[in-house]
Ligand binder design. Structure first.
Ligand code: COA
Length: 333
């Protein structure tokens, strides 16, 4: 019987820091509004030349080096992103070429903020069945090029940032204590339009992209913030408890919680509701904003670097996002 172990992680963020005050020069917003409602103080934005696969490459190279593997050992690249280099082919293909690899399988995951945990589940299944021994899992986003940074888009634009995180998963014996214990995935497509990108798209009339679509701002993300907020807390709590129940584990047994970083208030309310001590929750949102598929691997990387995530620790992750989708994972580091 096989299991998968997360043997190493890596992250990459652009050098350019964009503070809340910087945003207030582009749109009608202010540091107090953003900080009070989201906990975000700054985020990173790429330059014009950098794309999602570039950030993914940097994170992947760091994870590969930290794992001490040869890049040729990678048999599958799972790439989670909602901000692809191009509509097709998948960003995993561009990443593969930039890594100088050819022949291994690539698979893109489009489950937005739940993308990394969906990808972790996919990687875990391929390893458990014996099909692959080594998988590169990446979550990467370039949001800054796709946001409406005028006052019209301020409710969304202030929340998101660019970044990437990567993990190397390797086959291990199912008796190894360091392993992915379980993953739990859900979706409810009836809420797809509560947080989405309407255009360009095939569902908007005769043309996939039109002048009218640009004028109406349909190429920018739209969000029903209050609905997303309420569903996020409920679903993350549910799916976290589902993971604990599946492993006969109690909340007190978890050493560290690495939640998706959408809004500090969501994570604080979740912790309060479940009576999780705040020191067990590792947050990075104040520095990077919501980097969607990248928040959890960035959290892993920063927690390792800060000495907060150590070998043998029992970790729980949960995420919620567009779809709606939500997911959790329990793993021993
Ligand atoms: N700066 C200043 N004012 C802003 C603003 C900004 N960036 N964005 C919106 N506003 C204004 C609105 O226009 C509205 O003004 P009005 O009352 O005059 O119409 C007002 O602020 C809304 O404020 P409030 O009711 O306090 O908003 P909120 O408590 O719902 O907070 C969010 C807004 C977006 C921070 C919150 O809903 C949220 O975090 N939702 C979840 C978002 C999320 O996690 N998305 C990703 C999921 S993976």
């Amino acid at each position: 019987m096989y299991a998968s172990e997360i043997v190493a992680v890596g992250m990459a963020v652009p050098d350019r820091i964009v503070t809340n005050d910087d945003l207030s020069k582009l749109m009608d917003t202010n540091d107090e509004w953003i900080t009070q409602r989201s906990g975000i103080r700054e985020r990173r934005w790429v330059d014009a030349q950098t794309t999602t696969s570039d950030l993914a490459l940097r994170a992947a190279e760091r994870a590969i080096a930290a794992a001490g593997i040869k890049k040729e050992d990678i048999e599958l690249i799972v790439m989670a992103t909602l901000s692809p280099d191009h509509d097709f082919p998948g960003t995993g293909c561009f990443l593969q070429a930039k890594l100088g690899l050819a022949g291994c399988a690539t698979l893109d995951i489009r489950q937005a903020c739940s993308g990394f945990l969906y990808g972790l589940s996919v990687a875990d299944q391929f390893i458990k069945t014996g099909m692959y021994k080594t998988v590169l899992l990446v979550g990467a986003e370039v949001h800054s090029k796709g946001l409406d940074v005028s006052t019209r888009g301020r409710d969304v634009a202030v929340l998101f940032g660019d970044g990437a995180g990567a993990a190397i998963l390797k086959r291990t014996d199912a008796t190894n204590s360091s392993r992915v214990l379980s993953t739990h995935l859900h979706a409810e497509g009836a809420h797809a339009q509560e947080l989405w990108l309407p255009g360009p798209g095939m569902n908007l009339g005769a043309e996939r992209v039109s002048r009218a679509m640009l004028d109406e701002g349909l190429i920018y993300p739209k969000m029903n913030g209050k609905k997303v907020f309420a569903h996020a807390i409920r679903r993350m709590a549910e799916v976290l408890m589902e993971g604990l129940a599946a492993n006969n584990t109690k909340l007190e047994d978890i050493d560290l919680f690495l939640f998706h970083q959408a809004n500090l208030r969501i994570n604080e309310m979740l912790a309060q509701e479940l009576k999780i001590p705040p020191e067990k929750v590792f947050n990075t949102i104040h520095k990077y904003g919501n980097t969607t598929a990248a928040t959890i691997p960035i959290g892993m990387s920063e927690a390792v670097a800060a000495g907060k995530l150590k070998k043998g620790m029992l970790v729980a992750s949960a995420a919620f996002g567009s779809g709606f989708t939500w997911a959790s994972a329990l793993y021993r580091w």
